[in-house]
Ligand binder design. Structure first.
Ligand SMILES: Nc1ncnc2c1ncn2[C@@H]1O[C@H](COP(=O)(O)OP(=O)(O)OP(=O)(O)O)[C@@H](O)[C@H]1O
Length: 343
């Protein structure tokens, strides 16, 4: 697929709504008396602005889900936050949802922060009708009479082209695309400030995927919500995100406006991701990246990409490259790129 990159929609100078600062989230396990730590997220910093769709890309096991769990406050053993902080503008002062009192978390969920996950079954209870999810999650925030609430739900379902009859259905009675549109309606009906979208279209076929992406885009423009959109699929990022961060082995390696990442990728790993995208009419064989992603229980020292990097030098084996601004709004963590870059 040729990447048809969207022009950024969000204002470039909008204020942040989420700050992630030097976040470290590790899995600590113990098997047969041997303690093991997996450094799944290791020193990640970024900010998401109001009204933008911020993309997070990275291959399997790069730490995307762990990062989302940490941001959403879904911290259960063996996952631990061992350093850094996560702060939403609508819930300041705690350094992470996992540290906030449950009453405050309940207050912001769905109203300020909502989710669209890959398996819509995560949100839609398989043994309850779709209507009950709206009543349980959205009604406490929207209030009013049940009649008014129902009218609002029906009007909102129409935005995602769903018939009111889906409310009486059980999730398994709907197609995957209908379930995902119902989840999208649920996630947006309270007009939340922030939506976490984790591989929301990965399980859908290409036609339905395009339709759901278009709906996410148009509802997001209407509500002005910010979206953290996570997927390994660079084609999807090109289609929907305003800015994009690339994750490799638990760390961010590059961040810029999505159009800039596709036009001018700087990190050798990002270059590989972009150059391996198929292009219509281009039969040139794609060169694979040698080696395999590191084991995060025992990652290589220095830059975690150095064993696979064509530009690696001695310093890359010893020191961790900082994310520096190589150009305005374009950050990259690479010694080869960053000579003379700004902190
Ligand atoms: N419960 C767990 N216990 C120990 N290690 C874990 C656990 N869950 C994930 N990991 C490890 O953490 C690292 C990051 O995994 P994570 O699921 O966050 O990556 P991901 O980028 O979301 O991958 P995918 O796209 O396949 O979901 C991997 O090395 C993984 O093996």
């Amino acid at each position: 697929m040729r990447a048809n990159v969207q022009q950024p929609h969000a204002p470039q100078d909008a204020q942040p709504i989420l700050w992630v600062r030097d976040l470290q989230a590790h899995y600590r396990t113990s098997h047969f008396g041997v303690r093991r730590g997996v450094k799944a997220v290791d020193g990640v910093s970024f900010a998401v602005r109001r009204g933008e769709i911020y993309g997070l890309a990275g291959e399997s096991s790069s730490g995307k889900t762990t990062l989302i769990k940490s941001i959403a406050g879904a911290i259960r053993p063996p996952l631990e936050i061992v350093g850094g902080s996560v702060e939403f503008a609508f819930l300041p002062g705690y350094g992470g949802l996992h540290r906030a009192p449950p009453v405050d978390v309940a207050r912001i969920r769905w109203r300020h922060l909502s989710y669209i996950m890959q398996g819509s079954m995560n949100v839609l209870n398989p043994v309850r009708r779709v209507e009950s999810a709206f009543v349980d999650f959205a009604y406490p925030h929207i209030g009013g009479s049940r009649k008014q609430f129902e009218q609002q739900v029906v009007a909102h379902l129409a935005r995602v082209r769903l018939d009111p009859s889906v409310l009486a259905a059980f999730p398994h009675e709907l197609s995957g695309g209908m379930r995902q549109r119902a989840t999208l309606a649920l996630a947006t009906i309270c007009r939340p400030d922030f939506i976490i979208a984790d591989e929301p279209t990965t399980a859908l076929d290409v036609v339905v995927q395009k339709e759901v992406l278009g709906m996410i885009r148009s509802i997001q423009r209407e509500t002005g919500s910010s979206v953290l959109f996570v997927t390994h699929d660079m084609g999807v990022h090109a289609h929907i995100t305003d800015r994009l961060a690339i994750m490799y082995a638990g760390r961010l390696v590059e961040e810029a406006a999505t159009a800039e990442i596709f036009r001018n990728p700087l990190h050798p790993y990002t270059r590989h991701l972009i150059s391996s995208l198929p292009r219509i009419g281009d039969d040139t064989p794609r060169e694979g990246l040698g080696g395999s992603p590191p084991n995060l229980a025992d990652p290589p020292p220095g830059c975690r990409f150095h064993p696979r990097c064509p530009l690696a030098t001695e310093i890359c084996k010893r020191e961790v490259p900082a994310m520096l601004e190589a150009d305005t709004g374009h950050r990259v963590a690479c010694f080869a790129v960053n000579q003379g870059a700004r902190a």
